[in-house]
Design a protein around this ligand. Structure first.
Ligand SMILES: NC(=O)c1ccc[n+]([C@@H]2O[C@H](COP(=O)([O-])OP(=O)(O)OC[C@H]3O[C@@H](n4cnc5c(N)ncnc54)[C@H](OP(=O)(O)O)[C@@H]3O)[C@@H](O)[C@H]2O)c1
Length: 316
């Protein structure tokens, strides 16, 4: 029987809100699972159920009647790996057929031997192992992990990074658009993959519409294959202004990342993201032919960000 009812955890968040929108547009019935004391708000046509994320019993009750669960829980939860095991146990107990863990990021499965990736994304890796084990043990319970590489629109906004530490004066992808400045790592020519939030929302809905093909596997979707220099040129062209460019060396970024990690500073994660994405010769990008875009009926990855950047900087 096809998936019709979908519970979204974190349905008001960056990913959750876009997933909810796309799921509703695709005709799914969406229920938001939110924390008892959450102030989050949801669209009118979404049923809201409250449950303590630490309680299997409460979550199991909240997941009654749901065919699928999309976990779009916040970074702190997903990275720490906390909460998702409880949610997975509840999903199994409630008879859910498909579970999407809160991945939505780096295609870490492509670098299984990289110790630092395992350390920084350990919670996500352990969650994947847990959901896989549960699928093996419970007939009818399945999972799909969605790798999206770097958030494109979110990654161009500086405030998400400055919230982590005021030391970060450019966004995840290296730009501060209001102040017309950029930090370019190494040559700036390295190609990396990125996906904007609405595209990720569509990918979530597409996975549940392609239930059989996406069963028990990790897939990657990519909207753009680009470099920092291409984004910089597109921004300068769209805004008709030159950016002030600061140069950075990923060897130095990696060194400070290790120092911060030793001190438990969460900013270390951002340093390593930059090393993975921008280091010359790293090949972090997911090759076009290894993406699931075609399988899901999504547009093929674009190698030209100019139009998207023009749209992004257009006064709203
Ligand atoms: N690829 C990238 O560049 C990138 C960038 C950012 C994030 N991500 C990933 O995307 C996924 C979703 O992140 P997001 O940015 O969409 O999340 P978010 O918007 O920060 O938060 C999503 C929801 O999580 C719930 N939440 C917050 N704190 C919680 C806690 N302590 N315990 C339980 N629930 C909590 C809240 O929902 P309620 O209020 O309804 O309970 C919140 O609306 C994560 O896996 C994250 O690592 C990837």
């Amino acid at each position: 029987m096809a998936i019709r009812t979908v519970a979204v955890v974190g349905a008001s968040g960056n990913i959750g809100s876009q997933a909810t929108k796309a799921l509703l547009e695709a005709g799914f019935t969406v229920t938001a699972i939110t924390r008892p004391d959450s102030k989050s708000t949801f669209p009118e046509n979404v049923e809201v159920r409250r449950a303590n994320p630490a309680s299997v019993e409460e979550l199991t009750a909240a997941l009654q009647g749901q065919d699928a669960v999309v976990s779009a829980a916040a970074t702190n939860v997903a990275a720490a790996g906390e909460g998702q095991d409880t949610l997975i146990d509840a999903a199994v107990a409630a008879g859910v057929k498909r579970f999407l863990p809160s991945e939505f990021g780096h295609a870490h499965h492509r670098f299984p031997d990289e110790e630092i990736l395992g350390k920084l994304l350990g919670g996500k890796v352990r969650t994947l192992q847990y959901v896989q084990k549960k699928a093996e043990e419970n007939h009818g319970f399945t999972w799909t992990g969605i790798g999206t590489s770097y958030f494109f629109d979110w990654g161009l906004e500086v405030e998400h990074m400055s919230k982590i530490s005021p030391e970060f004066d450019v966004g995840m992808l290296g730009f501060n658009i209001p102040e017309r400045k950029a930090t370019i790592f190494d040559s700036g020519n390295e190609i990396w993959s990125a996906t904007s939030l609405p595209f990720i929302g569509r990918a979530v809905a597409a996975v549940l519409l392609h239930e059989e093909e996406t069963k028990n596997r990790f897939i990657d979707v990519v909207e753009f294959q680009t470099s920092q220099n291409q984004v910089l040129a597109a921004l300068e062209d769209a805004l008709d202004v030159k950016f002030t460019v600061t140069r950075a060396d990923t060897a130095e970024t990696e060194r400070t990342g290790h120092e911060k990690l030793a001190k438990g500073d969460p900013g270390s994660f951002l340093d390593f993201l930059r090393v993975w994405a921008f280091r010359d010769g790293r090949n972090d990008a997911v090759p076009d032919e290894e993406t699931a875009n075609k399988l899901l009926g999504l547009p093929e990855p674009s190698h030209d960000v100019r139009e998207a950047i023009r749209e992004f900087v257009k006064p709203k």
